[in-house]
Design a protein around this ligand. Sequence first.
Ligand SMILES: Cc1cc2nc3c(=O)[nH]c(=O)nc-3n(C[C@H](O)[C@H](O)[C@H](O)COP(=O)(O)O)c2cc1C
Length: 476
Amino acid sequence: MSPAPRPPPHPAAEKGNHHDRDRFLQPRRLGRREFGFAQAVKVDHTICVRGRLSHDDEGHFLRPDDFEARTGQVFADFEKVLAHYVPGIGRRRRVRCRRSPTKGPTRMSSLFTPLTLRSLQIPNRVWMSPMCMYSAAPEGPDIGMPTDFHLTHLASRAAGGAGLVMAEATGVRPDGRISPWDLGLWNDRQQEAFTRVTAAIKAHGAVPAIQLAHAGRKASVDKPWLSDRYLTEDENGWQPVGPSPVAYDGLAVPRELTVDEIRQLVRDFAGAAERALAAGFQVAEVHGAHGYLINSFLSPASNHRTDAYGGSFENRVRFAIEVVDAVRAVWPEDLPVFFRTSATDWLTENPQDEREGWTGDDTVRLAKELQTRGVDLLDVSTGGMVRDAKIAAGPNYQVPFATQARQATGIPTAAVGIITEPQQAEEILAGGQADAVFLGRELLRNPYWAQHAALALGAEPTWPDQYAYVVKRRTH
Ligand SMILES: Cc1cc2nc3c(=O)[nH]c(=O)nc-3n(C[C@H](O)[C@H](O)[C@H](O)COP(=O)(O)O)c2cc1C
């Protein structure tokens, strides 16, 4: 194939001629006075191509209608140009052209299709998973309050295009925090401080969500980058509580909760939900996963009670149901409630492990019940009940549990766990395996993941206005 003639570089693009294979920009002379820019982005094995006219040769931006009028010329022999700059493309890879950014996506992306739950429209299905940051004051008047760090941490993922941003596990009472540095939502100062966070998330068009939590027998631990040990009362720690005096490996033996205390805990969850609503959150998630209090009532591995809260399946799920009922009762009819579950403890399903645990089938039974109680989405994680469970973690390893619950009950589900690539996330949704994906670590690595994924999947990124007018017209 003969190489396409190289046009003279436009002044605005002199530095913009990137020859790397992942992303490059090629100025094209389109007429006597106009230049077009074509950008190619490599997504897995597909090259997505978009073109735009961005400047005339005096450096003025062209308006979208100018673009429309001239689009046809942009892609004239574009494949030849690509082949010239990205060796082998024309021969081995399919080139997909997108003609006009003003006409919207040429391909429908499941990931960037809004999801409506009750009356709440969530603009896309890339959601930020709750992640403890261990960065709040451990004591004193500011105890458990979100700080500037939390504001930046959460708002930047909203600016990065996540459709829903969930604040970390937030203690419904002081002894419900995982560590002394966790967020809390049991007093007025905390509630007030959260209003800044929700406003910032909403300002970027995302939905603010919060995970309401009690850490139970896994409470009172150190910051994980310092150690994984239990902190004593002399170190700002406290006596943990649980359904039974059965310790999580390496941590303190919890004190068994009385029935009166259990009833108070249900009220504490409801109180925190009321505060979350007053602070501006639009989704409340009940944390029923990862071996924390609610999960530890569910699982026979940690719940050895013989009263109405232990023993049979119905008794073990009683606390979870009571919490959900109490949260649902104070949460508005038109806003959704989520429940995060550990779909399996990875014990019963493992033929080499003799311990009895919570299973995927139990999750389906619970999901049916939660659905009738007004839970709108099951956020499906796994594990966290025992330290030494054998888990074959890898990309999508938890997705089958989200699919199982979704197919068996019809409840919308979110999948989470080692979902890192746009195409991977897209396939989970397009294949009907889940309704949304939560991303954790990948959003820590790249707060703008959703914007890049949108571009990669042929959807329109939602850059903040302050960025959009420059980053959409890439010149270098
Ligand atoms: C630093 C960190 C803190 C986390 N804190 C929470 C939390 O507060 N609540 C929760 O349910 N899961 C928590 N998780 C689990 C994540 O929400 C997510 O389920 C997990 O990281 C798997 O997703 P990923 O592979 O995309 O990171 C945390 C994970 C990380 C890495």
